[in-house]
Design a protein around this ligand. Structure first.
Ligand code: ZN
Length: 299
């Protein structure tokens, strides 16, 4: 089975160059054109991406629309490997309800050590994904290092705060040496443009299903407060909904312009403009809020 989603399995999270599933002839043709006539090739890329819409649909056999037979309530029945989507007890996203969280003061700010690395952007049909092809650095959670692999956007936000859904959510996907996944989620409301998206906007509007080089991208330009964050154990929010994901949701709400969210929504394929999975049952799970105490205000 074709990999449906780079977020879908630990294996597919490993950065690699992936070939488009157009015919070999078209692909070779694209290779030649890209090396010599960049603009012409970009045009061809656009043509190919719209011409091969049905192929993208085949690679993304789930939707966010209930009643289609492939909506979120049915994800668990679409593929035997996706059963966790329906039967799992540690599913994401969730509502982060104030009364439910356990506050842990001074357990440390989020330790990140990102560095610039070559990156590509691609349209996965259901979202836009930026993948780093080199060592883009890591985060440290309870002494374990997780390397940054890729990031992608959901709009509106998937996680909700006391039932409130924000306008956008960025997921930064990391993997440790045991192929365990840690995701940092950052939510945005409409306001001033987000600097990271500003840098990527021209690429997002033309990106196809093939990797498009972005040059060197410094993940450090993705701004997020590191002092207050929610932590819980959940799952991938797209099939196969793999469980055991260490979630970190930054509490500070950042801003993004309407134009930027519209660009992301226009770039993904029809029917995926809203690509947020509904919130899932907590089923007795603990949710922690890490926050500096009275004396922990440094940094
Ligand atoms: Zn995601």
């Amino acid at each position: 089975m074709a990999t449906t989603d780079a977020c879908s399995s630990a294996m597919s999270l490993i950065p690699r160059v992936r070939l488009v599933s157009v015919t070999g002839a078209k692909h070779r043709e694209m290779g030649i054109l890209r090396s010599s006539f960049v603009f012409f090739a970009l045009g061809l890329l656009l043509t190919l991406s719209s011409a091969s819409e049905s192929e993208v649909d085949d690679e993304t056999p789930f939707t966010y629309i209930e009643g289609t037979g492939k909506g979120p309530k049915e994800w668990g029945q679409i593929d035997p490997h996706w059963q966790a989507c329906g039967m799992g007890k540690l599913q994401s996203p969730i509502d982060l309800l104030n009364e439910r969280v356990q506050v842990f003061p001074n357990l440390g700010k989020l330790k990140r050590d990102y560095k610039p690395a070559p990156a590509v952007v691609k349209n996965r049909g259901h979202d836009i994904t930026v993948t780093w092809k080199g060592d883009a650095g890591k985060i440290n959670i309870n002494g374990t290092y997780y390397n940054l692999l890729q990031c992608h956007w959901h709009s509106p936000s998937e996680h909700t705060f006391n039932g409130s859904r924000y306008d956008l959510e960025l997921h930064m996907v990391h993997l440790n040496s045991h192929e365990e996944i840690a995701v940092i989620g950052i939510v945005y409301k409409y306001g001033r443009p987000d600097p990271f998206l500003t840098k990527l906007l021209e690429h997002i509007t033309v990106v196809g299903k093939e990797d498009t080089d972005l040059g060197v991208i410094n993940p450090g330009i993705i701004k997020f407060g590191s002092r207050k964050y929610f932590r819980y154990i959940g799952s991938l929010t797209v099939p196969p909904c793999t469980e055991g994901v260490v979630w970190t949701i930054v509490r500070k709400v950042r801003t993004v312009s309407r134009k930027q969210v519209e660009a992301l929504r226009e770039a993904v394929h029809d029917g995926y403009e809203a690509n947020a999975r509904p919130t899932q049952q907590l089923d007795g799970r603990a949710v922690w809020l890490y926050t500096p105490g009275d004396n922990g205000g440094a940094a």
